[in-house]
Design a protein around this ligand. Sequence first.
Ligand SMILES: NC(=O)c1ccc[n+]([C@@H]2O[C@H](COP(=O)([O-])OP(=O)(O)OC[C@H]3O[C@@H](n4cnc5c(N)ncnc54)[C@H](OP(=O)(O)O)[C@@H]3O)[C@@H](O)[C@H]2O)c1
Length: 311
Amino acid sequence: MRAIVVRKFGATPELIDMPVPEVGPGTVRVQLEAAGVNPFDAKLADGILDGKLPHDFPMILGVDGAGTIASVGPGVNRFAVGDRVVGKFLGSPVGHGSFAEFAVIPENGTLVHIPEGVPTVTAAALPIAGITAQDLVDATGIEPGQTVLIVGATGGVGSFLVQLANIAGAHVIATARGTVADQMTRLGAAETVDYTSGPIREQVAAAHPDGIDVLFDLVSPPEVLAELTGLVRDGGTVYSTILAADEAALQARGLRGGNIESKGGASELARLLDRVAEGDVVVPIDATVPLADGPAVIGAPGARGKTVLAI
Ligand SMILES: NC(=O)c1ccc[n+]([C@@H]2O[C@H](COP(=O)([O-])OP(=O)(O)OC[C@H]3O[C@@H](n4cnc5c(N)ncnc54)[C@H](OP(=O)(O)O)[C@@H]3O)[C@@H](O)[C@H]2O)c1
């Protein structure tokens, strides 16, 4: 089968032929139709889990994937051949991901049925980014009327986070270059801040002199995050998805939150899919590219919503 791999940590991803994986007890083999691309794919290729989990090489990349169950192993009872499914294809050993024609996953992993009416390509864009956004909203417990600033709002996580925070009743301020401000407004942002036209802190402070309640930051390094934290009222919440938060400093200021590591699984994914099926959440897919072009988009900057590989 065709698969996108790296042969060692830090190598350039390439499309090669790999053996079709075999099912074992409690696992299913999915024939993948689409796979969502995330910044995490490039981090995995560079060895972010080196020393934490074993890896197999050539390491097949890709975590988000959707397709059809092609075969089931002994003892599987939640899924049957032909079911349409979406999931997170990251296990131990690492290296058996979704950027391939087939992948094997435990039936009790992050794997759920795709509701009728949700296209497989749409579902493939949800797992990492959607679940992370859901985890952030759940961990914060946003109350209606609260002011929420999302820094890095135009990418994968941000596009879902703007929608989920808006659904929770927040007044959402989204960072966006001028050319994508409209897209953020359509997703539910009440205000946008163009981070290329001046410091975010000054722009938000001018519009909200009494401060904001929640800061979700998906991109800022520690020193920038520390500055932006000055916008948050006492008792508010600050989360970083890139380990940029100084948790002791947040606590000392009486702020909640910290560095989040998304732990959501099948139940969060199923909840999101229901919202997509009902039309409450849209999945903003910026580009769908063939598997063969995957190596060029893995780790590429400038995401607008999600990029999906068509397999
Ligand atoms: N901790 C966890 O469990 C977890 C889970 C998921 C993701 N993450 C991490 O969270 C980060 C975001 O993920 P993602 O999937 O949303 O990434 P993404 O799709 O690449 O989006 C990042 C967005 O941030 C914007 N951006 C870049 N620099 C900015 C700045 N200085 N100010 C404002 N916006 C800026 C980019 O827009 P422009 O092109 O306009 O710059 C892009 O739209 C990644 O580092 C990812 O690995 C962590």
